[in-house]
Design a protein around this ligand. Structure first.
Ligand code: GTP
Ligand code: MG
Length: 370
């Protein structure tokens, strides 16, 4: 039951690993820097080196750090909707996102956009909409299995020349299981063999009905090729989001979710996150899954450095101790030293679990890059 490596123990005691190795040699043990020690051994060495050892039980560390967060909820505001585009292969999801992005972002931002962020936001009629650039199903599954939900609205793209297909149905099931409203975008209406009414009929079976038929789904006919109907779609998204009355606090320490992460050779671990509550500021201390860190930089979806991030706006953060995984919670806390302890503690627990399960852990990005 090994819980901490020599290196981690050294970090915790703020001594060099070599000192621990020397000390242990004196005690009759030959160890290397990456070797794991069990609880008793770690305690013995630490005490031999004059440190007081506190063994935390049942997440006391975590409870302490969470108790001391500023969660002032004075300022409640409407927040932008987070919209996932889903649908069957080749039905036009990427084309739709591209069309929206090109017409709504690139026009304001000469030179285009750095394109590695898995989410972006646009402004329509002074209101913001955040789009998740995902293959949809994977994102839903990953987030749901981790008890997290980020999507407020699903835009179901159905090609009007192809109709309802297996992945259309899968997307419907995911959205319905998560109780997320579905807005139907009937795409490719520019095509001569387009049959939008047929799509409407096919969807009845899945409990998706337009308002004029007594249902509560909004339907919009669009063409991601010509742009026809897309303004209408954006208007409908705003309407749907008003009905949802999406609110959150913008004061207090931020919480959010990781939607994507990777390692940049020069800059270190980078995570794309969506803030859910509060405001994230540069310099904030965060706990993020098994990792922690002091936010060194915040970048918006245009790749521009910003000083803070408010709810529903996707940003990239730099400064984490390692790479978190999609669905990890980001929580701003007050104390860097304690955050580090919690992070080490979480890693120990994670390792213990992994050892007992013997299952392999795969770190994968679930978001599609377009
Ligand atoms: P996957 O990511 O593979 O699931 O596909 P997708 O849903 O992102 O589809 P994508 O946007 O890649 O479009 C598939 C094909 O349909 C491309 O060749 C597009 O040019 C074409 N297409 C998309 N929307 C329209 C449309 O409104 N009209 C026409 N005529 N073609 C479209
Ligand atoms: Mg695509």
């Amino acid at each position: 039951n090994n819980v901490i490596t020599v290196c981690e123990l050294a970090n915790k005691m703020a001594v060099k690993s070599s000192e621990i190795i020397k000390k242990m040699m004196k005690l009759g043990y030959i160890v290397t820097i990456n070797q794991s020690l069990d609880k008793d051994m770690a305690q013995l060495v630490a005490e031999e080196m004059g440190h007081k050892v506190t063994i935390y039980h049942e997440d006391k560390l975590e409870q302490d750090i969470m108790k001391n967060r500023d969660i002032s909820n004075e300022r409640v505001q409407i927040r932008p909707p987070i919209v996932a585009i889903m649908g069957h292969v080749d039905h036009g999801k990427t084309s739709l996102l591209d069309y929206i992005r090109l017409t709504k972002i690139a026009s304001q931002e000469a030179g285009g956009i750095t394109q590695h962020i898995g989410a972006y936001h646009i402004e329509v009629r002074k209101k913001i909409i955040t789009f998740l650039d995902t293959p949809g199903h994977a994102a839903f599954t990953a987030m749901r299995s981790r008890g997290a939900q980020i999507t407020d609205i699903v835009v179901l793209v159905v090609a009007s020349d192809d109709g309802v297909k297996p992945q259309t149905i899968e997307a419907i099931q995911h959205a319905q299981a998560a109780s997320v409203p579905i807005l139907v975008a009937i795409n490719k209406i520019d095509k001569p063999n387009s049959e939008p009414e047929k799509v409407k009929n096919e969807l009845i079976k899945y409990n998706i009905l337009p308002e004029e038929w007594g249902g509560d789904n909004i339907f919009v006919n669009i063409s991601a090729k010509t742009g026809e109907g897309i303004d209408n779609l954006l208007k409908s998204i705003l309407l749907q989001s008003e009905m949802l009355e999406l609110k959150t606090t913008i004061s207090g320490m931020a919480t959010g979710l990781v939607i994507e992460s990777f390692l940049d050779k020069g800059k270190g671990p980078i995570a794309t996150i969506l803030i859910q509550e509060g405001t994230l500021k540069k310099g904030d201390i965060v706990l993020c899954g098994l990792e922690y860190g002091k936010i060194r930089a915040i970048k918006n979806s245009l790749g521009k450095e910003v000083q803070f991030a408010s709810p529903s706006i996707p940003v990239e953060i730099l400064g984490l101790s390692g790479i978190p995984i999609a669905g990890d919670k980001v929580v701003v806390v007050g104390d860097e030293k304690k955050a580090k302890e919690v992070s080490i503690y979480r890693q120990m627990k994670f390792r213990e679990k992994k050892l007992t399960k013997k299952s392999s852990f795969k770190l994968s990005n679930i978001f599609e890059k377009i």
